[in-house]
Design a protein around this ligand. Structure first.
Ligand code: PRP
Ligand code: URA
Length: 206
């Protein structure tokens, strides 16, 4: 498994706002959207393109157009905060949903919803901003592969060494793109320094 750190200064600037405890849900949603856009640019570097001929106002030139279906699967709830930039950049995207909720005591995620389009021919993105223990991402990717995904690219705003290692053991073929590899987990399996509960901050459900 390869870990790709998107360490652009703009990404760091947006992440600082996401981490800030005083950031309101409205700003939090906008920063999450903008930072996801940076991750999507990097994560789709390997998408298939084909050469095309383009008429500029002055002459004919060569260009490239995307030549592969794209699918995105946000993990509910928090992954929804990463969906809009994908639908904006890829209007034809097929969107699937996986609902997972961590048990507050065990931090083990339980699935409560799953609706996936065919994934076998698509460039598949799994969207979940917090890769903490890695259990949720590993489960989500398992279901995506069950739906036919040949390979999955994972987008997480913040990741931990534990989460990356867990995902690497369960899905060694997956690439992870993140804006930060944080220090680790606390005893409740929250990311340190992290940014708190992403879903709660996104939707104001503290
Ligand atoms: C959060 C987050 C991830 C998961 C990460 O979801 O959005 O899905 O925890 O933790 P893990 O790597 O240890 O599995 P949560 O269960 O809090 O649900 P929510 O998104 O509905 O708030
Ligand atoms: N889920 C979150 O939203 N935040 C964490 O720190 C860990 C899991």
């Amino acid at each position: 498994m390869a870990l790709h750190l998107v360490d652009h200064p703009l990404a760091a600037h947006l992440l600082a706002d996401l981490r800030d405890r005083d950031t309101t849900p409205d700003t939090f949603r906008r920063r999450a959207r903008d930072l996801t856009m940076a991750l999507v640019f990097e994560a789709t570097r390997a998408i298939r393109t084909r050469p095309v001929s383009v008429e500029t106002p002055l002459e004919t030139t060569e260009g490239r157009r995307i030549d592969q279906a794209i699918a995105a699967v946000p993990v509910l709830r928090a992954g929804l905060g990463m969906l809009e930039p994908v639908t904006l950049m890829f209007p034809e995207v097929r969107v699937g949903y996986i609902g997972l909720e961590r048990n507050e005591e065990t931090a083990i995620a339980r699935i409560y919803y799953r609706k996936l389009p065919p994934l076998d021919d698509a460039f598949c993105l799994c969207l979940d901003p917090m890769l903490a223990t890695g259990g949720s991402a590993a489960q989500a990717i398992h279901y995506m592969k069950e739906a036919g995904a040949k390979s999955v690219t994972m987008l997480a705003i913040v990741a931990t060494p534990e989460g990356v290692a867990h995902l690497g053991r369960e899905h060694p073929d997956v690439d992870v793109f993140t804006a930060s590899l944080d220090r680790g987990l606390n005893d409740r399996k929250y990311i340190l320094p992290g940014l708190g509960d992403f879903g709660d901050r996104l939707y104001g459900t503290f």
